[in-house]
Design a protein. Sequence first.
Length: 159
Amino acid sequence: MFMKLSRPKSALALGLLAGLLWSSGCGKAPQMAPVANIQAGAKSTVQMALECGLSEPLVELGGALTAQESDSLQKALTAYRQHSQDPKFQGDPLAELSAFPRQYPRSPVDGSLELNLGLLYRTHGYNRRSLEALKASWDFLKGSSDPRANDLANRALGE
């Protein structure tokens, strides 16, 4: 008992459906709570990540960053931003940022940082590194009861 729709009606129905899904929040980036500053006057990790052009927010899961982790992450984000904007830079702009998960394994931001690294590696043409980072992100985030982690894990798996 299916109705056969004409093309104009089909297009209208699809347009309405897409509008309803978009207005209900489907397809929008998840709302993340800002990460508290550890250093007085320092920018939050979320602000730094957004300024650097990361696709997904850096979310602390399962604890807070230590002061040392926060300093190291902010330095890595600053280095990535500077290197990616400098046309004369010849090295790997992701070197400092990709060193953070090795330097601080199981850091609260590892899942979201690995996801962003996977997306950036793909952008820069490093497909094998991209897959490795996305797998590491999935491994870190899967099974979490935090809805923010589930959103990030789904993105990592979908990429």
